[in-house]
Design a protein around this ligand. Sequence first.
Ligand SMILES: *Cc1c(COP(=O)(O)O)cnc(C)c1O
Length: 358
Amino acid sequence: MLKLMTPGPTRVRENVRMARSLETTNPDLDLEFYDYYKETCELISELLNTKNPAYILSGEGILGLEAACASLTESGDRVLVIDNGVFGRGFADFVRIYGGEPVLYTTDYREAVDPAALKEFLEQDHGFKYATIVHCDTPSGRLNPIQEICPLLKSYGILTVVDAVASMFGDPVCVDDWQLDIVCGGSQKALSAPVGLTFLTVSPAAMRAMEARKTPIASFYANLTLFKNYYEDKWFPYTMPISDIYGLRQALENVKADSECFQRHKAVADYVRNRLQKAGYSIYGNSGFANTITALEVPEGRTAKEIIEGVAKEAGIMLAGSFDVFEGKLIRIGHMGENASMEDAKLTIEAVLKVLSK
Ligand SMILES: *Cc1c(COP(=O)(O)O)cnc(C)c1O
């Protein structure tokens, strides 16, 4: 099997795989499981620096994004979709599906969103129920300053939905200090659990907005209000995937025990970018570089496919291309979670440089 250096799914540590094979109970009926689920959610909140409750949903990261939009959006709601990447723009689809009116604020995909420019825009127009923003837009490796953007939006009374799927646990996310209302995460990125779970933290203001709707939420599976009293009522909207949650819990414990987590991600990211740039290659973008992923521009005369295949053959390492507007233009190195090791970063860069020099 190739060694994963992809920006999710990432490598899974053995103790996470073992946790998924633990003996299972009936998660609907075993009251101890409600405590286990709650403690796991509390660990998520703790690691994201928030008092807001977290909820784990059975579904991949996309379900989290959809659940946030489904639960908040009512017909005719204006929603500010901050678009400086593929996932950023993608939120417009969820808003539209649930009857909202997405208003795109599109910026140069090479730059992180500039809070000062956004402020100018908001001075003219701020009639939005909520705004969506991606922390790390993975197809291009952009990292947005949500610590400035979200308080700014809040100052206009705009709730925020933050896709931090590809940043959290690799770059810091401080939900309370940064005033983030709904934050979406996924199991398969820097957390390094297998794909299959999403989780969200939900602020009291966001929960109030969902409960104050005039019309019902147009989904069952993506209805976040159904989770609100699961613990008191000892009732989940659907049967929880217990083995996935056992694995997630171990992965969260791994992150908690890793006191060097952010420094390691930063050191590996700096190393990867410096080596590639010193060798004369370009990293996509001018500002806002995530510590979880590096997007290398495919040099003139080469193809993404040939480089990815070359690295697989040369070093047994799997890299990713990109997609949508970046299809064929970028090679992505995912140095997040278990992938964020200096040793593997060195092997990866050696292989990339060797393949590129041929
Ligand atoms: C991975 C990811 C998701 C989840 O979607 P996938 O189906 O795994 O691609 C959502 N948002 C971002 C920014 C991601 O990187």
